[in-house]
Ligand binder design. Structure first.
Ligand SMILES: [Zn+2]
Length: 337
């Protein structure tokens, strides 16, 4: 087995290294306390159970690792004073996936794209045995993808403590690593392009730990959570976009458990409506996609708008979550259908 082909289970094993070290210490203590051949056999069996896939130094326990200049190569030290290189899996990405609309100085790629160029429906492979995934953060979505009072909220908000590690959702390449001043409401922002045209956005960060054009692997810490930009309290604003167009990230992740809804995501164009969200049936989503906004002009009344758009005052109030006594402001956008 070549070093570069050490499989992903070794990587997982490596990630639990600290736990392994503790286990090793307790196993050693147990070893000292027990002297029967039977007990030794049990300990050996336990150690082999932990690491059945590693092809290196099977007789020795790893005790430490040393970073090298290449972030995907580490040196692993064993208790018998030997060492070996450990090759971590590199992102499995084709360059051509990233040539389209690759702008590192614009928050949104594919700007001005006609919706006609987006397929009505397409299957996107999110993860498989060689392409892992990782929820950027787990927790309760405190504000979902929806129309929020005066403006669309095109992501899912997850509460955090400033400094919480934020992880890349999938393997990819960093397209944007911008500071608050350049991004407007997003604060410090990272955007990662993934194979298949999907992009993930990580907003309000306190710190960036990657830069533009870096390749990143799913689960890699790309920044620290914060409260920068248009934010009322520390949280992660997480967006998912296909060809630059946002859809509800809860269609992809169950943020409470950190699991993917499915390894293949069927994107549908009607998901792009701000009124279409996870949990809706297809017909509800298609209906939501037909909703219309009206910008209030001087003299508009709810009754006149209801007549104009073939609906009722009650329906308009329900869609916007206000009462029929609501005072309309000129310039305000309301949902009329
Ligand atoms: Zn948000």
């Amino acid at each position: 087995m070549s070093k570069s082909s050490i499989d992903f289970r070794v990587y997982a094993f490596f990630c639990t290294f600290a736990a392994m070290k503790k286990l090793y210490i307790s196993l050693s203590m147990a070893f000292a306390a027990l002297t029967t051949a039977n007990a030794q056999d049990q300990i050996l069996a336990a150690s082999q159970e932990i690491d059945t896939t590693a092809s290196y130094n099977v007789a020795a326990f790893p005790i430490d690792t040393i970073d090298t200049e290449d972030k995907y190569t580490r040196i692993i030290l064993f208790e018998n004073h030997t060492w070996e290189f450990l090759e971590l899996p590199r992102p499995q990405i084709e360059d051509e996936d990233f040539s389209d609309e690759w702008n590192t100085d614009k928050v949104h790629a594919w700007k001005g794209l006609s919706l006609d160029s987006i397929p009505d429906e397409i299957d996107l492979l999110l993860a498989d045995s060689i392409h892992p995934y990782c929820a950027p953060l787990t927790g309760v979505v405190r504000s979902p993808y929806k129309w929020r009072k005066r403006r669309p909220h095109r992501g899912a908000d997850l509460s955090l403590k400033v400094g919480t590690p934020i992880r890349a959702a999938f393997d990819g390449k960093v397209r944007v690593a911008m500071k608050t001043k350049q991004t407007g409401g997003y604060g410090n922002l990272i955007v990662i392009r993934h194979a298949n045209g999907l992009e993930t956005y990580y907003g309000h960060l306190s710190e960036h730990l990657v830069k533009e054009n870096d390749l990143v692997r799913a689960g890699e810490v790309i920044g620290l959570g914060g409260n920068t930009g248009r934010s009322t309290g520390p949280h992660l604003h997480f967006e998912t976009r296909f060809m630059g167009q946002a859809f509800d990230p809860e269609r992809i992740f169950n943020f409470q458990t950190g699991e993917l809804r499915d390894s293949i995501f069927t994107f549908k164009k009607h998901y792009l409506s701000i009124y279409s969200h996870y949990g809706m049936s297809d017909s509800e989503s298609i209906e939501a996609n037909k909703r219309k906004l009206h910008v209030i002009r001087s003299g508009d009344t709810l009754g006149a708008l209801a007549r104009k758009y073939g609906t009722t005052v009650n329906n308009i109030c329900k869609l916007n979550g206000f009462s029929s006594k609501k005072t309309l402001r000129v310039g305000q956008q309301i949902i009329v259908r």
